[in-house]
Design a protein around this ligand. Sequence first.
Ligand code: ZN
Length: 197
Amino acid sequence: MSENASKVLDEVLAANREYAESFGDKAKLTMPPRRRFAILTCMDARLDPAKFAGLEEGDAHVIRNAGGRASDDAIRSLVISYKLLGTREWFVVHHSNCGMETFTDDVMRRLLSSSLNTSSVDEKGWHDSGTGPGSREAEYIDWLTIHDNAQSVVDDVTRIRRHPLVPKSIPIYGYIYDTRSGRLEEVPQASEAGRAA
Ligand SMILES: [Zn+2]
């Protein structure tokens, strides 16, 4: 590391020095999100919730994972979000052209059992270098891949809605972010499933 200092590391630390110089009043922000809402969305680098949803520091919780799926861990964060930090409305935002639509559990398990190197993708699907060693540990992970984008939003909103630790009073809105236009498109069946009682 010392000889070959990472370019990204340098860039990130330089950007942070600049950010901290104009930090201003943000030291006074309180922990509970001021606008009392949370967004569960995909980690995709093209999505920036602060920009697409108009967030400032301190406004809202943003929970991100591969696909924006309602995994047990995402639900853990959402429960903390309302129970301890007072959020009152939640969004589930998946998106068009999601990487989670490009593979299945079987594909991921095969790729990882073949090697731990980064795989490549072409029109025929994912390929692994096969230069090993890989690991069969991937057999034990549910990768929560997406087959149908709208259906995955409905499924996740429904799962959160029915969760015994989630109060019925929290509305859960279901949306798909369009990576071509930057627009949020509602999935009506999801928002319907997520309606507050
Ligand atoms: Zn995605």
